[in-house]
Design a protein around this ligand. Sequence first.
Ligand code: NAD
Length: 429
Amino acid sequence: MNITIIGTGFVGVVSAAVYASLGHQVIGLDIDPKKIESLKKSQVPFFEPNLENLLKEQQQKKRLDFTTDYQQAITSADIIIIAVGTPSAPDGQADLTYVFAASKALATYLKENAIVVIKSTVPPGTLEKAEEIIKPLTEVNFYLASLPEFLREGRAVEDTLGPDRIVIGATDDFVFETLERLHQPFDCPIIKVSPPSAQMAKYAANAYLATRITFINQIADLCQKNGADIQELIQAIGLDNRIGDHYWYPGFGYGGSCFPKDVKELAAYSRAIGESNNLLNKISDLNEERIPKLLTAFGDKIGGWDNKTVAILGLSFKPNTDDMREAPSIKVVEYLKAFDVKIKGFDPKAIEVAKNFLPQTDKLSLHQTIDEATTDADVIIALIEWPEIVSFDFSHVKTTKQQWFIDGRNQFSPQIISKWGYSYLGIGR
Ligand code: NAD
């Protein structure tokens, strides 16, 4: 099949490379010429494990090309997948400007019976609006579908090649059959539903995961006060089949390009359709408050943040990515810079990107190694569980002065960290 992916950001590049690897002829289209220029040279403008190799391989096989030209990209496409950004608007609702701009730009070049698929995360009602934009601009028959994306950054290639499920939202048998055929090689359940169900499935999945994180953080806060250990609790509740022991991450709250915005968008959507008193508003608020609340409590334990040198280890929003969108490190630096502190940041991959995201302050320096970042640190915050950080031997950077070790994701053994001479501070333990 001829497939065009509109928007060669994170989701678009991964999808383009993976669909090409299934033997399809794929074009990636973006309005950003710089991005297209580097993708043409097989350079991925962000870090994602295994992506660059897959991209290079597919380009060498001549199955994958990139362009900024809508006419070239759309004219022969059987399937057009819109994967542009859908940031939150100031009122929290999904800003669909890019989705609708792409719909308008592609309309005049559609071939007969082309399928326009919206992969971007969008609320119910979006397909209808896209149809209203496209229809007056074309003579040909075309179809619309929803195909929400569930990949996780840091494991995106793996997730896209081996998804838990594919969800197709459509109303026409031809669309279901075509998209089912496209995804058949993945050997996973293919769920065929209405477009609103597909769109809600995406928001509900992310809102549930964000709720799970917020819930365990709330329980961790109670443990902090009563001597219970949240990790012991997780073991205990995880054995309940209805709950499970997976995806419990007590810590500094959720971040990234999806959870914060998707929860806000679902909350705003709920309010817009008259469901104002909803759980989702509260989840967002609790997550927003999380970092200042934790850092205030840790500040009390270490005798205040003033005059401290603080090493922040892990700047990206999670391991194995250099994505800094809504990364916890941003709020940590924002909080700490109000004090008389020296902040030293380290990340295995995100240093360059971090420069554009972290609050500007001459109190902050960025370092290429953990050794450099932790030299003279009074406080080490292990913020993100990059393997390099979790497996690091912190005993050899310990000095004779009192040093605190904040285990931001409960990844370390309190006994070992204490044996190395640090005062250990975890989350809810
Ligand atoms: P992104 O910001 O990385 O990329 C979006 C790309 O779209 C940019 O390169 C931009 O230049 C391009 N673009 C914007 N308008 C365009 C237009 N009119 N024509 C062509 N290109 C245009 O976004 P992303 O992280 O890849 O997310 C894309 C969508 O997928 C969002 O709706 C997001 O919520 C959803 N999603 C993202 C992830 C993730 O992990 N990043 C996971 C699941 C779903």
